[in-house]
Design a protein around this ligand. Structure first.
Ligand code: APR
Ligand code: ZN
Length: 244
């Protein structure tokens, strides 16, 4: 079990901290994680609902899942863990958040440097004319799916579906941070989706420290994690902040 005081001392000593976050940090905001017993992928087969081929061939069906996800995201507010990371930036230790999440909650909590590796569900984009519009409660009521007001084509959340590439700029920015940080917090991610899951390994290969917070062990825990905290992010992160 990790020692909060030791990690706080590590942060003070080493400085340049980056956080790598996954769905677990938003679990306490009421947003379902993807894997695990209550995971979204237990309810919706990702190959049928989260693959770009599925979206292109049956947007009406995929928008049934997207409508549910949109509602949850619009209703969600940051967890104590999101606020703790915002506090860590304000204190000058946290230099960037690299998030796999698409809920935008790191920005809502006040973090300013957020690398959205899988995009952001709070924006919809037209696949024909690239027009971007904000996600609103009204637009998600449009049936069978939201359409572009310019060219009337189907709108897609500005997120990375399976079968799509990572936005190049986000990939480059994330690798830059992975190559600069002295401490990487790995928070609430199962570490099974690539290329995102490469990031902690890049950091470790440079000899930087890995601090992991998760309710269950992951592939990182027994291989590259230096300090492991078994518990919820909303419980652990504020405890570390108390020592800073
Ligand atoms: N605090 C910390 N960790 C938690 C909490 C919590 N309150 N609740 C759950 N967890 C952990 C789970 O143990 C699990 O390891 O969060 C992790 C969530 O894993 P996933 O659901 O696989 O989410 P993530 O790792 O972010 O998925 C990566 O997969 O489906 C794609 O694009 C999607 O960005 C997503 C990517
Ligand atoms: Zn359009």
């Amino acid at each position: 079990m990790g020692d909060v005081k030791k990690v706080a001392d590590l942060i003070k000593e080493k400085g340049y901290v980056v956080a790598f976050t996954g769905a677990g940090i938003s679990a306490d905001s009421g947003i379902p994680t993807f894997r695990g017993s209550q995971g979204l992928w237990e309810k919706y087969d990702p190959m049928e609902y989260a693959h770009i081929r599925a979206f292109n061939s049956n947007p009406e069906k995929v928008w049934m899942m997207l409508r549910e996800m949109s509602q949850v995201i619009l209703d969600a507010s940051p967890s104590p863990a999101h606020y703790a990371l915002s506090e860590l930036e304000k204190k000058g230790f946290l230099k960037a958040v690299i998030t796999q999440n698409v809920d935008g909650l790191h920005y809502v909590a006040g973090n300013t440097k957020v690398i959205e590796y899988h995009g952001n569900h709070r924006w919809l984009v037209c696949l024909s004319c690239s027009k971007r519009v904000p996600l609103t409660r009204d637009i998600i009521t449009v049936l069978p799916y939201p359409r572009c007001e310019k060219c009337n084509n189907v709108l897609k959340p500005d997120v990375v579906f399976f079968g799509e590439g990572i936005p190049m700029l986000e990939m480059i920015r994330a690798n830059e941070e992975a190559n600069k940080c002295n401490v990487l917090f790995v928070i609430g991610t199962s570490g099974v989706v690539y290329p995102a899951a490469e990031i902690p390994y890049i950091v470790k290969s440079r000899g930087a420290a890995i601090v992991e917070i998760n309710t269950t062990p992951t592939p990182f825990t027994s291989s590259i994690t230096d300090y492991y905290f078994e518990g919820t992010a909303s419980d652990i992160l504020p405890k570390i902040l108390e020592h800073l």
